[in-house]
Design a protein around this ligand. Structure first.
Ligand code: FEO
Length: 404
């Protein structure tokens, strides 16, 4: 049994079999689908798990409450990794009341044809469970339109229960829970970069709604954050809120992401020259990615961390090397703001890559341009090498505030 506070228990599951979350994002260390059970005068489940995991989920529930019925299930988020067990749950607990908002129930009808036993709540509404009171906070577009959060607290401020924020996907991260489930019981080092990768790829487009949600929660002193993925946060509550605040404001460190495509190594050599020049200028945070070799989710993660981006690729089929097109399209959908941009590219007989990369920035990314684009015919020459060095130096100086 996994107890969090006097009345609250972890009843989620781990998935170490799925390779791509949402069919898109690699899961090298799995993922957890977190669900929580409050055993009070009333019994209340907060979110469920993917349908494939229903039986171990049911075992976790019964380990806590035995044959007691469940009175409520709160649906903070309808994405099927959390709502997938609702229809099965109803079969085992036919009298369970489903708590959600109007948009939740629209989706519930579409996904699962569930239309009865529903209790609609609005922002600020509350429900008494006995010792604990649940209050509902609407947080639309973090990252679906129906998303809400639930705050559980004891009206008599019982220290045995504290205040728990059930936050849905917000503050969650990739990575299965290996034994421990609360941050203070584990080494969290591997979860921090996975929190940023989770945020940037799944929630990252919705910085403004995340900021609005943080403002709504600003007056609540939270003791535990129970997200739908990753550890329960207790000793790191302030840290994870700070991470979300910075990421949703697109705040970045002075660092440089150089991502490139390369066919025979000529564009890659140009990337090396740019990186070397930036390092010689004193810039310490430089990451380089071959766009064909690194999953784009890691590159996008680093674009949320670092302020500088230099993109390079060869011309291919009289257009832009297509793997770079895919990355730039993904990046442009994320709406990352306030970045510095540079570019370079190569061609054999017909120049196209640089103008296409430039067009991505002019029309979609709209980052501030730093340095002159470098265009390489076939292979580096002393002249184009000097241009690459100038680009690396200029970007480094801007990132370090030397030219501001
Ligand atoms: Fe973990 Fe948006 O579902």
């Amino acid at each position: 049994m996994k107890q969090i506070t006097q009345h609250t228990f972890y009843v989620g599951v781990n998935d170490r079999n799925k390779t791509l979350f949402e069919g898109l994002w690699p899961l090298p260390c799995g993922v957890s689908y977190n669900s929580y059970l409050i055993s009070d005068e009333k019994v209340c489940l907060i979110d469920t798990v993917e349908a494939d995991f229903f039986m171990p989920f049911l075992e976790n529930i019964r380990e806590v409450i035995g044959e007691r019925p469940i009175d409520y299930v709160v649906v903070n988020h309808m994405e099927p990794d959390h709502s997938g067990s609702l229809a099965l749950l109803r079969q085992f607990y036919p009298d369970i009341q489903v708590i959600g908002n109007k948009k939740t129930f629209d989706m519930m009808k579409g996904f699962y044809q569930l239309t009865t036993g529903l209790q609609e709540v609005k922002n600020g509404d509350s429900i008494e469970l006995g010792s604990l009171r649940l209050q509902f906070v609407m947080t639309p577009m973090v990252h679906w339109p129906e998303t809400m959060m639930t705050i559980a607290s004891a009206p008599d401020a019982s220290p045995a229960d504290g205040t728990i924020l059930f936050s849905g996907d917000a503050f969650g991260c990739f990575g299965a829970l290996n034994g421990a489930f609360i941050d203070e019981q584990m080494n969290c080092d591997d979860f921090w970069p996975e929190m940023t990768r989770y945020y940037s790829n799944i929630v990252g487009k919705y910085g403004t709604p995340v900021q609005m949600a943080l403002k709504k929660l600003a007056g609540v002193k939270v003791d535990y954050i129970c997200a739908t993925h990753g550890p329960v946060w207790h000793e790191n509550v302030e840290k994870v809120i700070g991470i979300y605040d910075r990421l949703s404001r697109y705040e970045a460190e002075p660092g440089l992401v150089i991502c490139y495509g390369t066919m025979y190594g000529n564009t890659e050599r140009a990337a090396e020259v740019i990186a070397r020049a930036a390092a010689q200028e004193g810039l310490k945070n430089i990451v380089m990615y071959n766009v064909s070799m690194t999953h784009h989710s890691y590159i996008i993660r680093d674009l949320f961390r670092y302020r500088g981006l230099i993109v390079g690729a060869p011309t291919y089929n009289t257009g832009l090397y297509h793997e770079m097109n895919v990355l730039l399209d993904e990046l442009s959908q994320k709406d990352i703001k306030g970045r510095l941009f540079g570019c370079f590219g190569s061609y054999c007989w017909a120049s196209k890559a640089v103008s296409e990369i430039q067009r991505w920035n002019d029309e979609r990314l709209k980052y501030e341009q730093v340095g002159a684009p470098v265009e390489i015919k076939q292979a580096l020459t002393p002249e184009t090498t000097a241009q690459c060095e100038a680009l690396g130096r200029e970007m480094a100086r801007r990132l370090m505030g030397k030219d501001d």
